[in-house]
Design a protein around this ligand. Structure first.
Ligand SMILES: Cc1ncc(COP(=O)(O)O)c(C=O)c1O
Length: 387
């Protein structure tokens, strides 16, 4: 299959929206992706705005911030009232894990290959409440099949807290299959969607999820340090706000003495002043993704990722990402074999560092994660470093 990129292809617009240099190849986009040009410009422009306007700039910035909330909701198939911004995905996940009222004996199910930010909040919430953390075992080649999750469900299961796309291997958990079984057993679902959102089409309203959490700095190509929670409207009341301030209630002009109801929307979780610059930058990147189209981005990434896997196999490396329906998107995890030129992941790391190729060491091997701004020429260069 050949890539469809041509001058009129929106992918060219996407590529043109990033800084390119012969010195550095970005193959760790599942770690921290480079910031898009529109996001970079947004930080510059809004920074100037606050420099010049201070408090008098707040109204316009607040309006723009709310537009980002609506934009994020739109791109992820949610309602604006269901979206709350946080400082990180970890903070959003913590709001769910510690905000739910767990009881002794409740069981929380996670996968055995979760990123620590989708493990420790649940582990600690269990420790504090007497609930039990149940770890589902991955299947063949790190796949995350529905059957392995189902095997650990019991009448005590309260929450399935899983990553949609696993950070090490790119293994996909079928959202709709999991939420269907969860709903039939009265189990809540909370998905960490950071490794899929912006890269693969996602629709919160169709997913059946109760909660979804993610962040800015991977497939949303925005500055590090914005996270978000999407809470289904009828599940909002299940979460006690962890951080509390003026914005939890009536806002900065409300009077302290009077009892105030919680803000009606998920914005109740944003206790105080907003992280304007980060969120407005995220908004600029979301607009870019929308213009280019997530379907087109996912096609391009899929193509680059398959090409990478194929090339690595050809030169003797072993791939540790699942096959077929269990893997979509970008992430490729590989290790050396007796047939490859380099015999250890550390040797590979040295080569990549010398060649200025960004990557990550993630068990069981080396993780590469192309974005749609990468090119097949870059993949060929990367392969030539290893062959
Ligand atoms: C699955 C997953 N969840 C969460 C995170 C971290 O997000 P944050 O640093 O915003 O908490 C990562 C980052 O590597 C991740 O891969």
């Amino acid at each position: 299959m050949e890539t469809k990129a041509s001058n009129s292809d929106p992918i060219e617009k996407f590529r043109a929206s990033f800084h390119h240099s012969d010195e550095l190849m970005h193959f760790n986009n599942a770690g921290v992706a480079p910031t898009s040009l529109p996001a970079f410009e947004a930080v510059k422009n809004w920074n100037q705005w606050f420099y010049e306007n201070g408090f008098h700039g707040i109204g316009q910035a607040s309006e723009a911030y709310e537009n980002v909330r609506s934009g994020l909701a739109g791109i992820l198939g949610a309602k604006a009232q269901e979206v709350a911004f946080f400082q990180s995905a970890a903070a959003a996940i913590s709001q769910v894990a510690f905000g739910l009222k767990l009881n002794p004996g409740d069981e929380i199910v996670v996968w055995d290959q979760e990123y620590p930010s989708n493990y420790h909040p649940w582990r600690l919430a269990c420790e504090r409440t007497g609930a039990k953390l149940v770890v589902a075992q991955s299947g063949e080649n790190f796949s995350t099949p529905q059957s392995s999750l189902e095997a650990v469900l019991t009448p005590k299961t309260r929450v399935i807290a899983f990553s949609w796309v696993q950070y090490r291997t790119g293994a996909i958990t079928d959202l709709v299959a999991v939420t269907r079984i969860a709903r039939s057993r009265n189990i809540l679902t909370c998905a960490d969607i950071i490794q899929g959102a912006g890269l693969l089409p996602f629709d919160f309203s169709q997913s059946g999820l109760d909660f979804a959490c993610g962040g800015s700095h991977k497939w949303f190509v925005s500055p590090v340090s914005s996270g978000y929670l999407i809470a289904k409207q009828d599940k909002l009341e299940l979460l006690t706000p962890l951080l509390v301030g003026a914005m939890t209630y009536g806002g900065p002009d409300s009077v302290n003495e009077a009892p105030q109801p919680l803000a009606a929307a998920a914005s109740r979780f944003e206790a105080g002043s907003k992280a304007f610059l980060e969120v407005l930058a995220l908004g600029a990147s979301l607009k870019l993704l929308e213009d280019v189209g997530i379907v087109r981005i996912s096609q391009e990434v899929e193509w680059l990722s398959k090409r990478l896997m194929h090339g690595l196999r050809e030169i003797g490396y072993a791939i540790h990402s699942p096959h077929g329906i269990h893997h979509r998107g970008s992430i490729v995890n590989f290790t050396p074999t007796s047939h490859s030129r380099f015999k250890s992941v550390n040797e590979i790391a040295v080569q990549f560092n010398q060649a200025k190729i960004s990557f990550s060491l993630r068990p069981p091997g080396v993780r590469l994660s192309p974005h749609a701004f990468n090119t097949s020429t870059e993949i060929d260069s990367l392969l030539s470093v290893l062959s």
